[in-house]
Design a protein around this ligand. Structure first.
Ligand code: C2E
Ligand code: CA
Ligand code: CA
Length: 410
């Protein structure tokens, strides 16, 4: 941090504080906050001004000298907050994200400096691993680009820039295409923006709600057409946790399947484990209501989020999709996870999909372990609708995957 600036605003936000409140209750949350304030005071050994900005957000105005640099303060804050917090009944480990904006380089007014420090902090939260993030020209460009995309995605439906592609999911015992996963594509200003980039932006600005209905309706509409070729085919649709904030989600989903005369048992809604780290009860109620209507529920990216075995049991989820990071790692620890998920599947009665199957060896290992379904580039990349219909128009024998050992005999 080479700088002549003498003043800076630090924006400090606790990571995962909401989970503390959700899991242990507000009283424990208050104890943690009180302790965090003590720690911040301990870290601030000079003439810093400390304020509480919001629930778990703090602002520190710091002054640096040749002997005491902003970096030292950032590291001290992290170090103090990282030490275990012992409340009356629990031992809790907290971490924080810190963004820094300096006067006068980055902004002239206190409010500008606070928002820039906040933006810097936020950029650390979305993926960074550094102890702190200092505002910079590069970061400014990145933020502007994100804001541009964020505005763009909010208009994408109206501008007809969205389309779905479909990735087949193969039944490991027959080699047949059992279902297809609908995956969203966005073409914006001549570029294909990856969903990993635009979905989080659409979740942040709320556009995902409208986009989610578009995806649901388009998927179901396409499925009704595909059923003319293959009546047993199911479609898997990704549902973002933000979509569940809409109290009408369940009734709108029902309306869509009625409109296209599609059996909801052919519609698999893929939700991630992180769904259940939020307002659990309300979400579980909504998922149960969807199940009552006949929709199938899949847990997506299993193994990457919070452990939700009780939820899997409670909801009787229909399918668990093992995240591709484990399939990638089959030769290391991945295989243990796959085995464990398979063992539990017998007791809990769900079906298992392996995601991201890229080579024959993985397919062989997974099939030998009894995995029910396989999805990945080995079989098909996500296909345009026309390519999918061409494939499904072929004779059933020709549709079957040649990559499964068992398919030859079935
Ligand atoms: P996901 O739900 O885990 O979807 C699977 C992703 O893995 C897809 O990426 C797919 O193209 C990719 N994939 C499939 N097989 C392989 C393989 O063998 N190797 C590798 N390396 N990758 C494989 P995609 O289409 O880029 O989508 C990324 C993520 O974006 C999805 O991950 C999902 O979380 C999200 N997403 C996509 N469409 C939607 C949507 O309509 N709604 C919501 N909420 N999220 C979506
Ligand atoms: Ca998925
Ligand atoms: Ca997945």
């Amino acid at each position: 941090m080479e700088t002549d600036s003498q003043y800076a605003i630090f924006f400090l936000d606790l990571d995962g504080f909401k989970q503390v409140n959700d899991n242990f209750g507000h009283r424990v949350g208050d104890e943690v906050l009180t302790e965090v304030v003590k720690r911040i005071k301990q870290a601030c050994q000079h003439d810093e001004i400390i304020c509480r900005w919001g629930g778990d957000e703090f602002i520190i105005m710091a002054h640096q000298s040749p002997l005491y640099r902003f970096e030292d303060l950032a590291i001290a804050l992290k170090k103090h907050i990282n030490q275990a917090i012992i409340t009356t009944q629990h031992v809790i480990h907290m971490d924080c994200s810190i963004g820094i904006a300096m006067y006068p380089e980055h902004g002239q007014s206190i409010s500008d400096l606070i928002s820039l420090a906040d933006l810097s902090m936020y950029s650390r939260k979305s993926g960074g691993t550094d102890d702190y993030v200092m505002f910079s020209g590069e970061l400014e460009q990145k933020i502007k680009h994100e804001m541009h995309l964020s505005k763009g995605i909010a208009q994408a439906i109206a501008e007809q820039q969205l389309r779905l592609v479909f990735q087949p999911i193969i039944d490991s015992t027959t080699g047949d295409i059992a279902s297809v996963e609908a995956l969203l594509r966005w073409e914006f200003e001549g570029n294909n923006i990856p969903p990993d980039v635009f979905i989080p932006l659409a979740e942040k600005n709320g556009a995902i709600k409208q986009i989610g209905y578009w995806v649901l309706e388009e998927s179901v509409r396409h499925l009704s057409a595909l059923h003319l070729l293959k009546p047993q085919l199911a479609i898997c649709i990704n549902v973002s946790m933000i979509q569940f904030e809409d109290v009408d989600f369940v009734s709108k989903a029902e309306q869509i399947i009625n409109q296209y005369h599609v059996n909801p048992s052919k519609v698999h809604l893929e939700i991630t484990e992180s769904v259940f780290s939020q307002d659990k009860l309300k979400l579980i109620d909504m998922v149960k209501a969807l199940q009552l209507l006949g929709f199938m529920i899949s847990i997506d990216d299993f193994g990457t989020g919070y452990s939700s075995l009780s939820v899997i049991q409670d909801l009787h989820v229909n399918t668990v999709k093992i995240d591709r990071s484990f399939i990638n790692n089959l030769h290391l620890h991945g295989i243990d996870i796959v085995k464990a998920v398979m063992v539990m599947s017998h007791g809990l009665g769900y079906r298992v999909v392996a995601e991201g199957v890229e080579n024959q060896q993985q397919a062989n290992t997974l099939t030998a372990l009894g995995i029910h379904y396989l999805q990945g580039y080995l079989f098909d990349k996500p296909l345009e609708f026309d390519a999918l219909t061409q494939k499904l128009s072929r004779h059933p024998d020709e549709q079957r995957s040649p990559f499964l050992l068992r398919s030859a005999n079935s």
